[in-house]
Design a protein around this ligand. Structure first.
Ligand SMILES: [Zn+2]
Length: 164
């Protein structure tokens, strides 16, 4: 490919250069391709490579042969792309954390609401006594209420502990 590019540069065969660039655009981006694109002024290839290499670990890139041959301007462009990618990743992580935190909060709120509304509204799972809804003076009702509150508090504590 390099010799073809040299040939087309020497004889100024623009069409051949374009053809070569199109071929190279199909290849996976690499430091090697950046250096080649620089040398033969293949702008589209250069842009594509700098964009996708920006999503790589910089230390890994530094270890690629030819990295030191990347021209200063292109290195700046690569690092800018990398920075933008890091920012996007960071924003995504924050969004996920916020969603997760909202879900946990909703679960806790749900349990607290259940506890808050269990009194006297027939929400207790009362069996084995004649009461239609929670009755203060009934021992059976009070036993059920105590059990219910304990269970819900257990759920609440568990949900809160998950957030620690
Ligand atoms: Zn009862």
């Amino acid at each position: 490919m390099r010799s073809l590019l040299e040939l087309s540069r020497e004889y100024q065969i623009t069409k051949l250069t374009t053809r070569c660039e199109e071929r190279l655009l199909q290849k996976q981006s690499s430091v090697e391709l950046v250096v080649l694109a620089q040398e033969f002024s293949l702008k589209r290839l250069l842009e594509k490579c700098l964009a996708s290499l920006g999503r790589m670990n910089i230390q890994d890139l530094k270890n690629c042969p030819g990295f030191d041959n990347i021209e200063a301007d292109n290195l700046v462009c690569l690092l800018n792309n990398h920075l933008r990618w890091l920012k996007e990743q960071h924003a995504r992580e924050i969004r996920q954390l916020r969603e997760q935190s909202l879900k946990e909060k909703a679960r806790i709120l749900e349990i607290a609401n259940e506890l808050n509304s269990c009194w006297g509204y027939n929400k207790l799972p009362i069996r084995g006594c004649a009461c239609a809804s929670y009755t203060k003076s009934c021992d059976n009702c009070n036993t059920v209420l105590e059990k219910y509150v304990k269970t819900k508090c257990g759920e609440l504590i568990e949900a809160l502990q998950q957030n620690l």
